[in-house]
Design a protein around this ligand. Structure first.
Ligand code: ZN
Length: 272
């Protein structure tokens, strides 16, 4: 016993130590986690991107500190950014998906720590307009922000990906003249996106802005059209907005006073 006892108390001491350090860690993490829970973070503004400010101004490392879920683009408008479960992917105009490292930069992105209030099963065939009307019916108010995640099986998906641009950068609508269109049939995947109220005009895209990535993370892009077969829809209500503005010449000199609404709608929607 004399040999055994100290072994037990040592184990207990170790257990208590582990418990204390876990508690300390939780105490340190909790305020950040609570603060960030319902916050939507974005860097730069949609109008700056519309005017051709494609200069990466925030590192992915910093962006990821504000959320584990989101979308945007990368320096030089080099593809579409998709963030899901803490992993960030770059869908390039060659159609392939690349992991994004922390030193990569983004000119425009929005992220949140995704935590769904609601998980809803959706069965049946829904096109994009029908999915959007369905999501509309689930929104308790039009005056806050929403993060939306749809995991499922899709009969059809149509995406677009812009090509990387060269300086001097053109306006976004012109840059999208060479965007690549991708179409997929019968694929699993995830739709990632946000809904912004109309008063967000100039800052972000009012209404829905959705990106897509396949289940095997091999393809995706900015969502133009979709036909859903079976899915789980998760919605996260966001009631805080945190914005970071680029501290550089391109942003400081961009004319952000122009009304870009018609151009934003054209840039974001399915080209007919
Ligand atoms: Zn997009």
């Amino acid at each position: 016993m004399a040999i055994f006892k100290p072994g037990i108390s040592q184990a207990r001491a170790a257990a208590i130590e582990r418990l204390l350090s876990t508690m300390l860690l939780l105490m340190l993490l909790l305020p950040t986690a609570l603060g960030a829970d319902d916050a939507l973070f974005q860097t730069s503004t949609i109008n700056a991107l519309m005017m051709g400010d494609f200069y990466g101004s925030m590192s992915l490392k910093e962006l990821k500190s504000h959320g584990d879920f989101g979308l945007g683009t990368l320096d030089r408008l080099d593809g579409e950014l998709v963030g899901l479960d803490g992993e960030f992917y770059q869908v390039k105009s060659d159609g392939n998906v690349y992991p994004v490292n922390d030193t990569a930069t983004t000119p425009f992105a929005e992220v949140a720590f995704f935590k769904a209030e609601d998980n809803i099963s959706l069965n049946g065939t829904y096109n994009l307009t029908q999915i959007e009307s369905y999501l509309d019916s689930k929104r308790p108010t039009r005056n806050i922000f929403y993060a939306i995640r749809i995991d499922g099986i899709f009969e059809y998906v149509k995406t677009r990906v812009p090509e990387a641009q060269r300086e001097p950068y053109p306006r976004l609508t012109e840059a999208l003249g060479t965007q690549k269109i991708f179409q997929f049939n019968n694929t699993t995947g995830t739709v990632i996106g946000f809904w912004w109220p109309s008063y967000a005009e100039g800052i972000n895209v009012p209404g829905y802005h959705l990106h897509f990535i396949t289940g095997n993370r091999s393809a995706g892009g900015h969502l133009l059209d979709i036909r859903l077969h079976r899915a789980t829809v998760a919605i996260d209500e966001l009631t805080e907005l945190d914005m970071a503005l680029p501290n550089d010449k391109a942003f400081y000199q961009a004319d952000l006073s122009e009304d870009q609404q018609a151009a934003v709608r054209k840039a974001e929607s399915n080209p007919k």
